[in-house]
Design a protein around this ligand. Structure first.
Ligand code: FAD
Length: 288
């Protein structure tokens, strides 16, 4: 199924993100446990992350997508990065994706890896999108967007122009970086629509259910932390169960507000935790 067909204006789309396990025999089974735990919430689709290293020997993302589609009967989007790939690597991966029956790709540049010089074939995600579009395969392509501006962008205006190029290159759907302040997302949506970007945009929500997650997330993506959020985190820092419950409640509050304000979709960063997905979806089930 092509993902953009889900955005028909009738309801808010709900999707989940999972990541492939690290490479040990013990870990491989964990993704199936995650998927078994998640399937009951019936997301509209599941996206599977891909490393920025561009390692063509690692096809786990695509294999997991195939399993999601075939065994779990849910649409899947395979993430694909290009910063460390050459055209030949991407050709190989597109062929593998076709063989796996995958129709949807989230095309990304990927983060530059310290000490590794990026390859020259693809400078931006829009280059990858254009390349996939011209590859002769009929993939549907999604892209990433940043309500609080990408960390390397010169500014919000430049970032929106770059996003527009991404859509003009062929991205038919966007998924946002996580954020904790809905007003940042609404401001971003206004800018995007003024810029003439009309594709559906899903809001990225990550329920923070342990303290370690916060520092990691903020250093990685620069999301701002509203006072209401930091108050909750410091109040329950020493009580893991209370922090878990409060983190879920905060995310549910964000989601209810986003649905009420007409968000096209909600993309939940599950961190492979089925309990998080189940708690969130049961809280908002009647609103789907
Ligand atoms: P781009 O769109 O290329 O943007 C990168 C920077 O270049 C931005 O600052 C942008 O403003 C600028 N730019 C873009 N185009 C132009 C242009 N034409 N001219 C001038 N400037 C331009 N990383 C992974 O490694 N694996 C994953 O699976 C993964 N999944 C993700 C999923 C989502 C929903 C999101 C939001 C991010 C994900 N990331 C993932 C992280 C992502 O790879 C990084 O944020 C990366 O730094 C940027 O990727 P991009 O595709 O947005 O890049």
């Amino acid at each position: 199924m092509k993902i953009s067909s889900l955005f028909n204006g009738e309801k808010t789309v709900f999707s989940l993100e999972v990541f492939p396990p690290k490479k040990t025999m013990e870990d491989v089974s964990t993704i199936y446990k995650t998927l078994d735990g998640i399937k009951a919430v019936k997301p509209d689709f599941i996206s599977v992350t891909y490393g920025a290293g561009g390692n063509t020997a690692d096809l786990s993302t695509f294999e997991i997508c195939r399993v999601i589609e075939e065994r779990y009967n849910m649409p899947a989007i395979a993430h694909l990065t290009c910063v460390n790939s050459e055209k030949g690597d991407i050709d190989y991966i597109l062929k593998k994706l076709k063989e796996c029956g995958i129709e949807n790709i989230l095309a990304l540049r990927g983060d530059k890896i310290e000490g590794v010089a990026p390859k020259n074939d693809f400078k931006y995600a829009s280059d990858l999108i254009e390349y996939i579009k011209n590859s002769g395969h009929s993939f549907e392509i999604s892209g990433a967007c940043y309500p609080e501006v990408h960390t390397e962008a010169e500014g919000p205006v430049e970032d929106i122009f770059a996003l527009k190029k991404k859509v003009e290159a062929g991205a038919q759907h966007l998924i946002s970086q996580l954020f904790f302040d809905n007003s940042a997302f609404y401001t971003f949506m206004e800018r995007v629509r003024i810029a003439g970007i009309k594709v559906p945009i899903e809001a990225g929500i990550m329920p923070v259910v342990n303290i370690g997650q916060i520092e990691r997330m903020v250093s990685m993506c620069g999301a701002s932390l509203p006072r209401k959020f930091t108050k909750i985190m410091s109040r329950f820092a020493d009580n893991p169960q209370a922090l878990f419950d409060a983190g879920i409640a905060y995310a549910v509050d964000q989601i209810v507000d986003l649905i009420s304000n007409g968000a096209d979709g909600i993309h939940l960063y599950t961190m492979n935790n089925p309990l998080v997905a189940n708690r969130i979806f049961s809280a908002i089930d009647s609103m789907r």
